[in-house]
Each structure stands twice: as structure tokens, then as C-alpha cells.
Design a binder for this molecule. Structure first.
Ligand SMILES: Nc1nc2c(ncn2[C@@H]2O[C@H](COP(=O)(O)OP(=O)(O)OP(=O)(O)O)[C@@H](O)[C@H]2O)c(=O)[nH]1
Length: 336
């Protein structure tokens, strides 16, 4: 019965996880609960509430998820416990029961051991002692089997959890990759930025790097050449980006570099060096064997200061890039 519930729960979880990854739902306990229930389709009102939230917010904000969890799952779970529904709460409950049974067995065994010790002390013939020893052996064997069985259950559950975690992480990774360059995309960059921001001490810098005049390059060469150029830039920037930093392609010819432990002056210097290196590159059109007219980049640089939010940092870097474009391109801007 228990194993059957585990299997049903696992298949629901396997349906819920890719959906959560696709909709970019954070893997919080409330969200797991809500999406687990959602894919089971057994609580239409919950599904209607989730669909409504998705339409309204374009996602499932934490406070909505918690409300839905409280409203539908806690009560629903109680009903399910009465009937047939396999829910996570029930699984935890079953696992807890099995733990209690094992504990009871161990307590009984302890009592048996202490009784046997007393009996052995009082026993005055070998046959009696032999009988007690044989009984003890049998009990030890039984308890050993129970413990082994329980530990197998735990190992199986752990393996399944590891598998689900790996699936979730793969699914997340795929939604955070840029298909053209295999760099991170904007979502991946934001995740890195949001995870590093709390630890920064005015030394987390963000560069927005944009290839200049890509439209013209597209028009003067083939689209394929322009796409190759974007890929080439991904490699060029990768080779110049320090280890431990994050590089993403945001769209078209626009990239972002997130440098940790890099203060504004250092980040600006890095950006200026990068700009110079790009401007002296001789990039050849593979088809015509001609050198492309000077390919340059404009860069906006900003460093996370004080309590500034990651979103504000992105906005400042973007603004500085716009400023760099307006200032004639092929330059670095880190203040207005
Ligand atoms: N070939 C190709 N072109 C792309 C790709 N992504 C975006 N583009 C094109 O790149 C051009 C980007 O133009 P913009 O960013 O608007 O402007 P720009 O010409 O680069 O000018 P500035 O950014 O002001 O220097 C557009 O013509 C897009 O169609 C791609 O993957 N491949």
C-alpha cells in the first residue's frame, strides 16, 4: 500500500516538476504542494484559482501560492486521508508510521534483551542458557530484517528525491540557456544576480555589452554571417571573461557580464580593455573572405551599491548602455 502511494505520488511529481520549470515557478514547499495537486486534477477549484493567478500575474506569486495551499490543500489532504488520495502529506504520514513501527520493534527488542540478561543470570543449567541464546538469536535476526527493510525504504525514497531534484535542475538549466550560443539567457543571468546580490559589498558589477550597428552588418552581409558573428562574440567574450563570473546573451547582439568581487573602477577598466580588444579584432566574412568593417561594442557598467535591488542594477547598466550608444558608440559609460 505504502509503495503504491509512493509510485502514484512520484508520477504526479514527475508531471508537476517540468510544468513548474516551464512556468518558472520557484521550487518552494508551497509551490510543490500546489502543483502536485494541480496536475492530479482532483481539486477543480484549486486548478481554477491557479489558472486565474497565472492569467492575472503571469506566474504564481509566493503569497498567492501560500493562500491556495492553505485554502485547498490542507483541507483537501484531510479528505484524501479519509478516502484514496495519495498526497505528499499522506506519504509523510505513512513514512512516520513506518518509523514508529520500527521504533516499537526496537523498544520491544531492548525489553527482550534486558529480560534475557536477567534470565541468563538466574539460569542454572546449560540447556536453559542454550534455549535463551537461541531465542535471542531469532529475535536479533527478525529485528535486523525489519531495520534493513526500513533502511531500503529510506534509500529508495532518497534516490527518487535525488532523481526528481536532478530533473528539476536540468529543466531549470534548459530554460536558462540561450539556444544560439549556449550561454545563459536573461533568466539565467537574473538568477545568478539575485543569488549573488545579498553577499555583495559594493563589488558586484554588471556590464551590458552590445555589438554596434548589427542591423547594418545584417544588411551588408548575409543574415547567416551576422548570426555567426553573434556566436563568434559569445566565444570572444567567454575567453575574456574572468573565471567565476557570469556571461549571458540577452538578445540580438546584446550580452551581459556579471563580475563578482569587482568594484566599479575595476569593472570600468575591464570594460574599457574589452572594448579595445574588440575594436582591434579583424573579423572575416567566411563567404567573401573580406574583413568586416570595424566591429565595435558599446558597454554600460554599473555596480550594486548599498541596498540597491538587482532589478535597479540591471536598469542602470541598461541606461548606461543606451547612453554609450547615444554618445557615438564604441565607448564605455558608467555614469551619466
Ligand atoms: N542575423 C541575426 N540577426 C539578429 C539576430 N538577433 C537580432 N538580430 C538583428 O540584429 C539587429 C539589432 O539591431 P538593433 O539592436 O536594433 O540596432 P543596431 O543596428 O545594433 O544598432 P545599435 O545597437 O544602436 O548599435 C536587428 O536588425 C535584428 O534583426 C540573430 O540571431 N541573427
Amino acid at each position: 500500500m505504502f509503495q503504491q502511494d509512493v509510485n502514484q505520488a512520484n508520477s504526479l511529481m514527475k508531471a508537476a516538476i517540468p510544468l513548474m520549470a516551464k512556468l518558472d515557478i520557484p521550487p518552494t514547499p508551497f509551490n510543490y504542494g500546489v502543483w502536485f495537486e494541480y496536475v492530479s486534477n482532483r481539486t477543480p477549484k484549486l486548478n481554477a484559482s491557479v489558472d486565474k493567478a497565472l492569467r492575472k500575474f503571469g506566474g504564481l506569486p509566493a503569497f498567492v501560492s501560500q493562500d491556495i495551499f492553505n485554502e485547498f490543500i490542507l483541507t483537501e489532504d484531510f479528505q484524501c486521508a479519509q478516502s484514496q488520495g495519495p498526497t505528499l502529506k499522506k506519504l509523510t504520514h505513512d513514512l512516520a508510521n513506518e518509523t514508529d513501527q520500527v521504533n516499537d520493534e526496537l523498544k520491544n527488542f531492548k525489553r527482550t534483551l534486558s529480560k534475557a540478561t536477567k534470565a541468563i543470570n538466574k539460569a542454572n543449567d546449560v540447556a536453559h542458557i542454550e534455549k535463551l541464546t537461541s531465542l535471542l538469536e531469532q529475535r536479533t535476526f527478525q529485528v535486523n530484517q525489519i531495520v534493513e527493510q526500513f533502511s531500503e525504504t529510506l534509500i529508495a525514497a532518497q534516490e527518487e528525491i535525488d532523481l526528481l531534484k536532478a530533473e528539476l535542475s536540468d529543466a531549470k538549466l534548459n530554460t536558462e540557456l540561450d539556444q544560439l550560443t549556449s550561454l545563459m539567457n536573461r533568466k539565467g543571468l537574473e538568477r545568478a544576480l539575485f543569488s549573488l546580490a545579498p553577499y555583495s559589498e559594493d563589488d558586484l558589477s554588471l556590464l551590458f555589452v552590445d555589438i554596434d550597428n548589427l542591423k547594418k552588418i545584417n544588411e551588408e552581409n548575409s543574415k547567416a554571417i551576422c548570426t555567426s558573428l553573434i556566436r563568434y562574440f559569445a566565444k570572444l567574450l567567454s575567453s575574456h571573461t574572468p573565471e567565476g563570473s557570469h556571461l549571458a546573451r540577452l538578445n540580438g547582439g546584446q550580452f551581459a557580464i556579471l563580475l563578482s568581487e569587482t568594484e566599479l573602477s575595476l569593472a570600468s577598466q575591464f570594460a574599457e580593455n574589452l572594448r579595445k580588444k574588440v575594436s582591434v579584432q579583424k573579423i572575416r566574412n567566411k563567404n567573401t573572405k573580406t574583413i568586416l568593417d570595424s566591429v565595435t561594442v558599446s558597454i554600460g557598467v554599473a555596480t550594486l551599491f548599498g541596498n540597491e535591488s538587482p532589478s535597479d542594477l540591471i536598469k542602470r547598466s541598461e541606461d548606461f548602455l543606451v547612453h554609450a550608444k547615444k554618445s557615438g558608440k564604441n565607448c564605455v559609460v558608467h555614469r551619466k
